[in-house]
Design a protein around this ligand. Structure first.
Ligand code: FES
Length: 522
């Protein structure tokens, strides 16, 4: 995604500083990498995928954005033989660490409203239609009752983890068992936890009940490797997952970080595409996974040192993967789940609280948020199928953008298939403060940021109370009880305390509610 600019460059110290940065100037993740002879692309495995090799490149200049002979981009003509089924895939819903087991959670994915809740009887997360079969009230507004059932709070119907209705308070005990009727059940979606993320299969047909035995979400070994540590977060963003998907790799050479980049699409088929670039290799695994690996930051031991005579296989490398899950929510809306597993600098995660990472990562997202929102609206004026008329993408740095558009056109109907839920029109643009909101798009869904916000709010009140109390003390003290120097000190502390509370108020608003990212002032 262009929102997450990954300038692949420089040193390990730069990496740790930038990756976990709190707000600074222009937010750019700078990662140094050094491709080593023995570095290899980590196996992302899905045993049901196969990749016939096809090399595709954008035929383009690598230097100028205005070449004398603009390259012709191969048409992404729809392949009638292979069609991507948007409703026969696993979709990530949310990282488990931010789900509270005590309450149901309402989420929307692929235009489907679901309620996610913890079934303590089966010790599993469940994903149901967020719609009570009685009179369609949202079950996400409900509760988990004392027997661990999901209860609709409108009229109290209760449901087990299988979706069966177990209790209808209004049904007389000696009457017909209406709760056993099929129409009293809630539709339950297949779901699975993988990589600490809850995924669901957007089809409640019984034939998919055991779908996890045949097909699983993409498996990324580093996310389960104990020698890696990962930080995870998510944010709802006001543009579609198609716009969000493609990372824009830069290596800072001018103010906006641009310079020629060699990115080559290695293969493109119904299972996505692979791109090779100087940073390593990126993969798009439809419908949601985009990741870049490996970034071999540097070798811990030099090659061929006479003193140690280390073999290449014994060289330990510091590596980091950039993994983005771009989840379609509804037209013009998507959810980004990011995680960056790395095998070094574990101490950072023990010292720096998670919310501080998120402040920096949200700033990166803010920097492109308005740009991408507007880009998508302008694209809609052309229509997704006319992306080649709308875009001028002559350089190889845009190869992944071209790859994604080609993949969409060739296999997936040009855009997300919303079924009959939406006509495809984008919602109108909200005011800027709402567009770039951080609270509802991130903080409220993040346990660490919510806890930090609560703590800062308490601290702000405490500082104000101290300030008022000190002034009150000075005013109430009888003449002569407190020396002139003491009065001055107390008033000074009161002023400082009040100033600190005002600064804190500004800090809270800017980092947890709204940060108006203005490029012209950066
Ligand atoms: S709408 Fe849910 S119990 Fe009536």
């Amino acid at each position: 995604m262009e929102a997450v600019r990954s300038s692949i460059q420089l040193s390990i110290s730069t990496l740790t500083t930038k990756l976990h940065s709190t707000p600074s100037k222009k937010p750019v993740i700078n990662l140094q990498f050094l491709r080593t002879p023995n570095s290899s692309f980590p196996p992302i495995s899905d045993k049901h995928r196969s990749y016939p090799t096809e090399t595709i490149t954008t035929k383009s200049s690598t230097i100028s954005t205005e070449p004398a002979n603009p390259p012709k981009i191969e048409d992404g003509i729809q392949d009638p033989g292979e069609k991507f089924d948007w409703y026969a895939q696993w979709y990530p819903i949310m990282q488990v660490c931010d789900l509270d087991k005590k309450v149901p959670h309402g989420k929307r994915v692929m235009g489907i409203d679901v309620v996610v809740w913890w079934d303590r009887n089966e010790k599993e997360w469940k994903v149901f239609d967020d719609r009570c079969p009685h009179r369609l009230a949202p079950l996400s507004d409900g509760r988990i009752d004392q027997w661990g059932r999901l209860q609709c709070v409108y009229h109290g119907w209760c449901f087990s983890g299988s979706g069966d209705c177990k209790f209808i308070p209004q049904a007389p005990p000696d009457g017909p068992p209406v709760h056993t009727f099929k129409k009293a059940c809630v539709a339950s979606y297949p779901s699975i936890v993988q990589h600490d993320i809850l995924w669901f299969w957007p089809n409640t047909d019984l034939q998919y009940k055991e779908i996890h035995l045949k097909k699983r979400p993409p498996y990324i070994p580093e996310l389960e490797d104990p020698s890696y540590i990962k930080e995870i977060g998510s944010r709802d963003v006001p543009y579609g997952s198609v716009v969000l998907k493609v990372p824009y790799f830069t290596s800072k050479a001018d103010r906006e970080g641009g310079r020629p980049l060699e990115i080559r699409l290695q293969k493109l088929d119904i299972n996505g595409f692979t791109a090779e670039h100087e940073a390593g290799i990126s993969k798009f695994l439809p419908p949601c996974v985009f990741f870049t690996a490996p970034l071999s930051l540097f070798q811990a031991a030099p090659l061929n040192t006479a003193s140690e005579n280390k073999k290449p296989s014994s060289i330990s490398q510091k590596r980091i993967l950039l993994i983005f899950l771009c989840v379609p929510v509804s037209p013009g809306k998507s959810r980004l789940i990011w995680t960056f597993p790395r095998n070094f600098a574990f101490w950072i995660d023990h010292v720096v609280p998670r919310w501080m990472f998120h402040v920096g990562q949200n700033l990166i997202l803010d920097s492109d948020l308005h740009l991408l929102h507007v880009e998508e609206h302008k694209m809609m004026e052309f229509g997704h199928s006319n992306w080649q008329k709308a875009y001028f993408v002559p350089t190889k740095s845009d190869a992944q953008v071209v790859g994604l558009r080609k993949w969409l056109t060739k296999y997936a109907g040009g855009q997300v298939d919303w079924g009959d839920k939406f006509l495809g029109a984008l919602p109108p643009s909200p005011p800027r403060e709402q567009l770039m909101d951080r609270y509802w798009s991130h903080v409220v869904n993040c346990r660490s940021c919510s806890a930090a916000l609560k703590g800062f709010n308490v601290l702000e009140v405490v500082l104000q109370v101290i300030s008022v109390a000190l002034i009150g003390l000075v005013a109430a003290a009888r003449h002569g009880l407190i020396s002139a120097a003491g009065r001055t000190a107390l008033v000074g502390m009161a002023v400082l305390s009040f100033a600190a509370s005002r600064w804190l108020s500004h800090f809270i608003y800017k980092n947890f509610y709204y940060h108006d990212y203005d490029h012209s002032l950066k």
